[in-house]
Write a protein that binds this ligand. Sequence first.
Ligand code: ADP
Length: 606
Amino acid sequence: MNKFRNRLTALFVLLIGLSLAGAGVFTAQLIKTLYIESQQDNLAREIRLLQVAYRWDLYDAEASRLREYQDRIAYLKESAGARITLIRADGTVVGDSDQPPETMDNHSGRKEIVEAKEAGIGYSIRHSATLDADMLYVALPLREPGGAITGYIRLAMGLAHVDASLKKLWLFLFAGLGVLTLLAGVVSYRLAHGLTRPIEKMMRVARQITNMHYGARVKIRTRDEVGQLGAAINTMAGSLQTQMNRIRKEEERLKNVLENMQSGVMMIDAGGTIALLNRSGEEFLGISTGELLGREYGEARMPFELAQMIQECLDTRQPVRDEMIVYYPEERILEVSLNPIAQEDEEEGTGALVVLHNITALRRLERVRSEFVANVSHELKTPVAAVKGFAETLLAGAMNDTETARAFLQIIYDESERLNRLIGDILELSKIESKRVPLQYSPVDLPEFLAKTVQMMQAEADKKNIRLEAACEPSLFMEADEDRLRQILINLLSNGINYTPEGGRVRVTAEPVLLENGTGDYDKIRIAVSDTGIGIPKKDLPRIFERFYRVDKARSRSSGGTGLGLSIVKHLVELHHGTITVESEHGAGTRFLIELPVVQEQPGRF
Ligand code: ADP
């Protein structure tokens, strides 16, 4: 910008200087002309004075008279300050104030004489070789009374002093010109500064905008073109700011989506560098983004299988799908899907987008399902085989023996009963698992509820002479699906009765779980079902809630167990947002502890 300002100033100064110089030259020329003209007039006037003041007889005069003329003009030269020459009409010089006339050549061809002859007055400016100076010559003719020209009087004056005066004038002119130019320079500089300052400011704002300070604005002071340019820059900055905000928001949104995705996403650019890795990706691979970003995938610490898949995708430019197992930070099965990303410029090559899905739960579920199907088939096979076997034996002739037939039919009946129970339990479990039947919550009066439930199991307990007890403080209420809660307790109580030898005891208690703040408030109820039975070995404890898991298969089967009771209990407790734990000592007894919230959170409830 400084350059522009300087150029502008220089231009102003040049223009002003040139016009001043032009004006100076013109003035000097004018002065010179006017001066010379006035000198011409003066000389002409003096010649006329000489014409009337003296009688000039240039032809007939005797030599003495000519000498007298010579003396006169020498004397007159002193007072006129000009060279005086007397010339005859034929051009012969007969008198001259500066030189002996006889040494001078004929003057008839001199410009001033020719003009004087034709126009009555003649002027000329010539360089005089004798005086080595510019001379102004003025000549007027001398006439006899008849009007014929008898000669000429010529006055000549050196112009050296004119030149000196002009030189002085030039000096003044140049000095003035210099001062004026200097002044003009200062004024021009200030003017240029005033002109360029708003532009400089705009440039500064434009530079700020380039450096991504989109809030920068030009202060508009005028409504002229500069002001309009400022307004245009402001509008441009405004729309840039809006656009950038939109892009930033969009970017933020995309980033949020990427970061909160359940799937892992990794982007490899055309050069094979890892350009992006989201949070899930970090978690799945157990590598922080900082370790991976900007590094070449071959050099980065990542599962070898994954690096190979990336290589394949980049080489073939085809999508790649596969599964891999990672063991760190935890064992996971990942579904890896790679897609080539075409770059805008083909020559840049291809990048790849890697998407990782955690399919561990899916695979586990599939395994559990197939195991379940295998287990169900296995469980069904035994009673069906028994029914089939005994029916075949009956058909083969055993039915003729009434005693044997009765015993076999009883077995067939028992087995089909077991089948029925098994199918019933499987259906129940699948119903609970799929949450097809929503729970119907209602307040449950626990003392009354426990008493009734125990009563229902009493007959079974009596069969084995087992003491069945219920203990609960009065007026203890909780919210639950009463039927489901009863199913939980019946399953646990019947297990207790089943796995407790004759003469034992099965006990159910309910109590509030007091909060630790000492106010006596509670938000949970603990129900415990304990027995004095055979207990469960420690190694089996973690697995007893699994479907079809039994500690002693034969025993469970003989007691009519399906191996699904505790699974159903666990699911129902979880549906009630509670927890179930088990404590047991092999040979001494078992205790199931259930903790359930007093009030159930229900959707839409305030
Ligand atoms: P089952 O129908 O065989 O009783 P459950 O799912 O109810 O199936 O129980 C799973 C296994 O846990 C049982 O086979 C049994 O071995 C063990 N078990 C459950 N309750 C008790 C208990 N009160 N005392 C000892 N063992 C028990």
